[in-house]
Design a binder for this molecule. Structure first.
Ligand code: FUB
Ligand code: ZN
Length: 637
């Protein structure tokens, strides 16, 4: 990617123009609409998150921090519900959305301020602790909800309300005399303000976003120290010890690694990617590229999970990727998707689409049960059988976050550029988009991700020359492409796409065959926790063993010989786990022969194994049956 220009060459096709009817996502979207969104609404009601906007609740002070940022949960729900209305008009949901929008607006103060906790409970503490108290984070989610609500309904009332709140924040914070040089400890508002700018056309929101990014980590003494002293606190008593936790340890352009809380880091970088484009600032894009390299090559799980540590809900050191204790918060994977999707639009480099795909199909969608009414907050890569999804959390950030991504999933499939269209993912769908000045209807038929045969049919009003860019996924080593049955002239794009450049006629069919064998995956020798281990992947799907299919006590005793991979068969099971391809193949089980419950250590090692038939299921679908062990990384024979 060039660092001379930071302008995006691609424009993502919005989900409103894409209808998924594939076997993987379409049923999940339907469950999201029919089960998750109503379930989450009820949870918000039951936990007082919605009635908080009536501003007549009480709460002990100091409040648990999770209650302080409770406004963000209805905001994400409203965003999810608004997206759902776009693809599935539903008068009952529309009425609920309208009522929630009104409720939020009703809590707005005359000066534009809009936060339930710091209006009803601690009004004297408004903006006094930007580091910890999440006011800007909540504001950001409310702004995203307002943009989604406006786009779904055409109603400007919530958008106008959040614009007033943004104006309030813009008056309070900034570099001008009389303003405070603060910025939020939990990024989110940065990317939200860019969305608000696009929805309203008001450049001051973009300027505010830029200020918040540029100011981060700048002042000396540190802004968070100054505000701590003003509260009568010792800044050194900060539990996280260092401002790396909230990416405020140094000015952004001096960041060299992804650090701290994973969700904060990713939301921040998604906003930075937006600003790089909006201001055509290569130095911001360069920071994105540098941190991306560190994240993807040293700090990311195979599933697209990020942030191994529970302590800071975030990053530790390079190559520290334990499986059983992995934190890998669902929200962190979501934020990773948001960032990579933004990076993808700069030059159409498939390395970013690879991350989006890997994350969506694995560590993101593991976050919700197939039934749609329970969720993972933490996504480990091994379990002794005690980790399960639950209907809700004291800190319920993940469920509505999953809801908004599922409802808008069509966002991730296509882009257009000056020279044509780009296909990033091959889930079956129909879409329409503007290409080279005319509306093009696209039908993509596939059984992805279970099968690598893809057929793309184009319908146009008149013949037109443009390029169709097809992503060759990072996991695919061999592929063919034909147009109307004949081997096609492709231009290999170094960026991981092939381009078919020709005059297209209505009815032209592109056939892409992606070879999709069962693959063994190994970890870099520096990942100490995964040495001598192997994982199974097929296409974008990472597999795991679950106790439900493998009645073995202690799945960690399974040995998998990569030389036996050819013996694995792909078994499509339409009735299992919503319809999945299961992998069946041979393994070995280390027996306990020579050991007993009185022997923890021995001076010689009895090596006794017995053959075992293994059944692997997609990682994302684990814990949807009876409780049991789960494991992604196996010992190698
Ligand atoms: O702090 C707000 C959200 O709650 C974070 O993004 C999550 O990690 C959880 O701590
Ligand atoms: Zn979360």
């Amino acid at each position: 990617m060039t660092t001379q220009s930071a302008q995006r060459q691609l424009t993502a096709v919005p989900f409103a123009q894409v209808t998924l009817d594939d076997p993987f996502w379409a049923p999940r979207q339907e469950i999201n609409r029919r089960v998750s969104i109503p379930h989450m609404y009820q949870m918000l009601v039951d936990t007082g998150r919605l009635s908080a906007f009536d501003l007549n609740f009480t709460r002990k002070v100091p409040s648990p921090i999770v209650l302080i940022f409770g406004d963000s949960d209805p905001a994400k729900w409203l965003e999810a519900a608004s997206y759902s209305l776009v693809t599935h008009p539903d008068p009952a949901l529309a009425a609920l959305v309208d009522a929630v929008a009104d409720k939020i607006i009703s809590a707005q103060q005359p000066d534009g301020y809009l936060n339930t906790h710091f209006t009803a409970i601690q009004p004297e503490m408004r903006w006094k602790n930007l580091r910890d108290w999440h006011e800007m984070y909540c504001a950001g989610h409310l702004m995203e909800a307002a943009v989604a609500h406006f786009e779904a309904t055409g109603e400007r009332k919530l958008l106008a309300s959040l614009a007033r709140y943004a104006d309030h924040i813009g008056r309070e914070f900034g570099p001008a005399p009389g303003q405070r040089r603060g910025y939020g400890g939990h990024p989110e508002i940065e990317l939200a303000l860019v969305r608000l700018f696009h929805a309203t056309g008001e450049a001051r929101y973009l300027e505010l976003s830029k200020y918040l990014v540029e100011e981060r980590g700048q002042s000396n003494p540190h802004y968070y120290d100054l505000e701590a002293v003003a509260r009568g606190e010792d800044p050194l008593a900060y539990w996280a010890k260092t401002y790396e936790y909230c990416q405020a340890h140094a000015p952004l352009r001096e960041h060299t690694k992804v650090v701290g809380h994973a969700v904060r880091a990713m939301y921040l970088m998604a906003g930075v990617a937006d600003l790089a484009h909006e201001y055509n600032d290569p130095s911001l894009l360069a920071v994105c590229e540098q941190l991306w390299e560190n994240l993807v090559h040293q700090r990311m799980y195979l599933t697209g999970g990020i942030g191994p540590s529970r302590h800071n809900e975030g990053f530790t050191t390079d190559y520290d990727l334990p499986d059983e204790t992995a934190y890998a918060e669902t929200c962190a994977s979501i934020a990773l998707v948001l960032w990579n999707h933004r990076l993808l639009q700069f030059a159409g480099n498939s390395q970013y689409a690879d991350i989006v795909e890997q994350t969506l199909y694995n560590g993101f969608v593991s976050g919700v049960a197939l039934a749609g009414d329970s969720f993972f907050y933490v996504n480990p890569l091994a379990s002794d059988g005690t980790h399960h999804r639950t209907p809700w959390f004291e800190c319920p950030c993940c469920p509505p976050n999953v809801g908004r991504i599922l409802a808008s999933l069509g966002n991730y499939l296509y882009s257009t550029s000056a020279d044509g269209l780009w296909v990033h993912f091959y889930a079956q769908n129909s879409a329409r988009m503007e290409v080279a000045g005319q509306s093009v209807q696209v039908r993509l038929a596939s059984n992805y991700p279970w099968d690598g045969s893809i057929q793309l049919t184009l319908e146009l009003d008149a013949p037109q020359e443009f390029a169709v860019h097809l992503r060759i996924p990072g996991w695919c080593d061999s592929w063919t492409v034909k147009v109307n049955g004949a081997a096609a002239q492709t231009v290999a794009a170094g960026s991981g796409y092939v381009a078919l450049r020709r005059t297209w006629h209505s009815g032209d069919v592109v056939a892409l065959e992606l070879d999709m064998p069962v693959q063994a995956v190994y970890a870099n020798p520096n990942v100490r926790q995964m040495q001598g281990r192997v994982a199974l992947q097929r296409g974008p799907i990472v597999y795991c063993l679950e106790g439900a299919d493998n009645p073995i006590v202690n799945l960690d005793r399974v040995l998998l010989d990569p030389a036996q991979l050819a013996a694995f068969v792909v078994d499509q099971q339409p009735l299992l786990l919503g319809g999945v391809a299961v992998l069946r193949g041979p393994g070995q089980l280390v027996t306990e022969e020579g050991w007993d419950s009185h022997t923890l250590y021995r001076r010689n090692r009895p090596s006794s194994t017995q053959p075992v038939e293994l059944v692997a299921v997609p990682y994302a679908t684990w814990d949807n049956r009876e409780p049991g062990e789960m494991r992604v990384w196996f010992r190698t024979a």
